[in-house]
Design a protein around this ligand. Structure first.
Ligand code: OAD
Length: 244
């Protein structure tokens, strides 16, 4: 992996980094990305057909079980060298912000302490009716389980299509993207807004923008630098070149 000397110099001098991650950063942990073919039982469904409030209203059991399947997948997954490298970056860079679209919690499991989760977290559950977190509920065997307070159905605490992103996280991500010196866009197809606007916002704000992705995206042509490889190879290489 050749990393341009000019980029290394820029990164070494920068004290304010923001990194945006997508499903590609968990791909090497065995967690399927969204726009690659889905494996197994769910191959016949499109994410857009399952991850919506309408789908949940119409088929609550199916949607709950799809997320239960993804929760098991994620629980069995391990953070990969990309997640570890990002946790190490957080420890080394004075002002480091990690913004993720992922809901798998692997950044936290790799040691990242501050993670801005734009799309929620699959390991958290909330009441569909009250929209408040629910940590425990009586196991009655009913699927989906019911809110112990209001009796409404429980749902995963993730952002579904057509839903607003959590305002505090979105504002923090916006700030992090418009005040950084360097912005890394890692493992995202850059097609789902508003997250997909963050790399362009960083560019507009004068940051040096780097895309880390083995495949071109709609943003590739705008990036100052493109490191075309898997995040689990590129990010550890980047750290090795900067700090050894
Ligand atoms: P996608 O599945 O759309 O894109 C994954 C990206 O990761 C692609 O650009 C791949 O080329 C790249 N990729 C694959 N393997 C990689 C690797 N080893 N290292 C680096 N990159 C790799 O996933 P996202 O961009 O995260 O939203 O999707 C954005 C949002 O769309 C998700 O958060 C989710 C989805 O619908 C909601 O559910 C609201």
């Amino acid at each position: 992996m050749t990393i341009p000397a000019a980029l290394l110099a820029r990164l070494a001098a920068a004290t304010r980094w923001t990194v945006l991650t997508g499903a590609g950063v968990s791909q090497e942990s065995g967690v399927p990305t969204f726009r690659d073919a889905q494996t197994g039982l769910w191959a016949r469904y499109r994410v857009e057909e399952l991850a919506t409030p309408e789908a949940f209203r119409q088929q609550p059991r199916l949607v709950w079980e799809w997320y239960a399947w993804r929760r098991e997948l994620v629980a069995a997954a391990k953070p990969n060298p990309a997640h570890v490298a990002l946790a190490q970056l957080e420890a080394r860079v004075p002002h480091f912000r990690l913004v993720t679209q992922n809901v798998d919690g692997l950044h936290q499991r790799a040691g990242s302490r501050r993670v801005i989760e734009l799309h929620g977290n699959i390991t958290r559950t909330k009441c569909f009716a009250e929209d408040v977190p629910v940590a425990t509920w009586p196991e009655t065997g009913e699927v989906p389980p019911r809110c112990p307070r209001c009796g409404g159905p429980l749902r995963p605490d993730v952002v579904w299509f057509g839903e607003l992103l959590p305002p505090a996280e979105l504002e923090e991500a916006w700030q992090a993207s418009t005040t950084c010196e360097v912005f890394l866009s890692v493992g995202t197809s850059t097609v789902v807004y508003p997250a997909a606007a963050l790399p362009s916002e960083a560019l507009r704000s004068g940051a040096t923008v780097v895309e880390v992705n083995p495949t071109p995206t709609p943003f590739t042509d705008q990036a100052h630098y493109v490191l075309a490889g898997p995040a689990g190879v590129v990010l550890p290489e980047l750290l090795a070149r900067l700090w050894t």
